[in-house]
Design a protein around this ligand. Structure first.
Ligand SMILES: [Zn+2]
Length: 343
């Protein structure tokens, strides 16, 4: 009897000591099996001793085993609660966000180099008093050609050069169509720029792409002369290529302007000495311009005796390429983030 009681006390001490040394909930299961397991647990084994005890000792011993069982179950539940709480606290601590840590540093995107140059040009002409005008990219032949004084047999109308839709409309080949729409819809004076995409059936080469961006300017009012045009172009050249940039105008031909001219600025790469980029002329061709042909004014119902005006058009890609020394127009369309990130 005494030996059996002592054995129970020994099981209790050992069980409680072991429970106290467990540092994680992972050890709880093994402890439970060892002490309270239904088949081999040490408390179960102690119960099996009952038939070997003298009859008068069986009942108090059985009661002692049951009390031990209840005590150990309670100790197990309590220790489990403590360990789970500690583990939860540790996990929360580990997963906590430290808002004072430096960030990973995600890079910000920015506007495409063409958008940057276009926005810069728009801002420049706005500062010169020009308003913004827009028109459709799918255009009819009247707005794109006829109203712009382009003869029926002009090569620009050829399907080899222009994208036509099955219904006879076309993808505009120039933003000049916007001046026609703008003039037809209102009364002079007009002072607008029209930036936008245009389409031509060109093969893809380092200098040509079937879609590109133009920026068209138009100023129509009473008493407008070529001198006004030259003043605006000088302001444009200095705004884009730096103050004091020399420019020159060469006679040219466009159906919708008379007289017509092409504008060059002194080569920004060789400063006029002659290099590969300027074909050793010392000059870079920048835009086409001229006085609006009276026939164009009359086509949209404007009295050409009373009003006069000038127009100019430039390629945004060309300006961007000269400005940033981009050697191949295709780079602008390949969407290579390493290339675009430079601007
Ligand atoms: Zn040059």
């Amino acid at each position: 009897m005494t030996t059996a009681q002592e054995a129970l006390e020994s099981i209790e001490r050992e069980a409680l000591d072991r429970l106290a040394t467990l540092s994680t909930t992972a050890g709880l299961e093994g402890w439970l099996t060892e002490f309270l397991g239904r088949e081999r647990g040490r408390v179960t084994q102690a119960l099996k001793l009952i038939p070997t005890l003298p009859p008068e000792a069986r009942k108090p011993y059985g009661g002692a085993v049951n009390r031990l069982k209840v005590a150990l179950e309670a100790a197990h539940a309590e220790r489990g609660g403590v360990l789970r709480a500690a583990e939860t606290a540790a996990r929360i601590e580990a997963e906590a966000l430290d808002v004072s840590m430096p960030s990973i540093g995600r890079s910000m995107g920015h506007a495409h180099v063409l958008s940057q140059v276009r926005d810069e040009l728009v801002a420049l002409f706005k500062s010169l008093g020009y308003g913004l005008a827009e028109g459709p990219e799918v255009e009819d032949a009247w707005h794109n050609f006829s109203a712009l004084n382009t003869p029926e047999d002009h090569p620009a109308r050829d399907p080899k050069d222009t994208f036509y839709l099955p219904d006879g409309r076309l993808l505009r080949t120039q933003t000049s169509s916007v001046q026609i729409r703008h003039m037809a819809a209102g009364k002079p004076p007009f002072r607008i720029i029209a930036p936008g995409r245009v389409y031509r059936r060109d093969a893809v080469t380092p200098r040509h792409y079937p879609m590109f961006h133009q920026l068209e300017g138009l100023h129509v009012a009473e008493g407008i002369t070529f001198a006004h045009l030259k003043g605006v172009l000088q302001a444009f050249a200095e705004g884009v290529f730096g103050s004091g940039t020399p420019m020159r105008l060469r006679p040219s031909f466009f159906p919708f302007t008379e007289p017509s001219a092409e504008m060059d600025v002194r080569c920004v790469f060789c400063e006029g000495a002659g290099c590969r980029i300027c074909s050793h002329t010392g000059w870079l061709e920048i835009l086409g311009c001229g006085m609006v042909d009276p026939a164009v004014l009359e086509a949209v119902g404007i009295d050409s005796e009373r009003y006069s005006g000038f127009a100019f058009g430039l390629g945004v890609e060309r300006i961007a390429m000269l400005r940033h020394r981009i050697p191949d127009i295709r780079l602008l369309w390949e969407n290579d983030a390493r290339f675009l990130a430079q601007f």
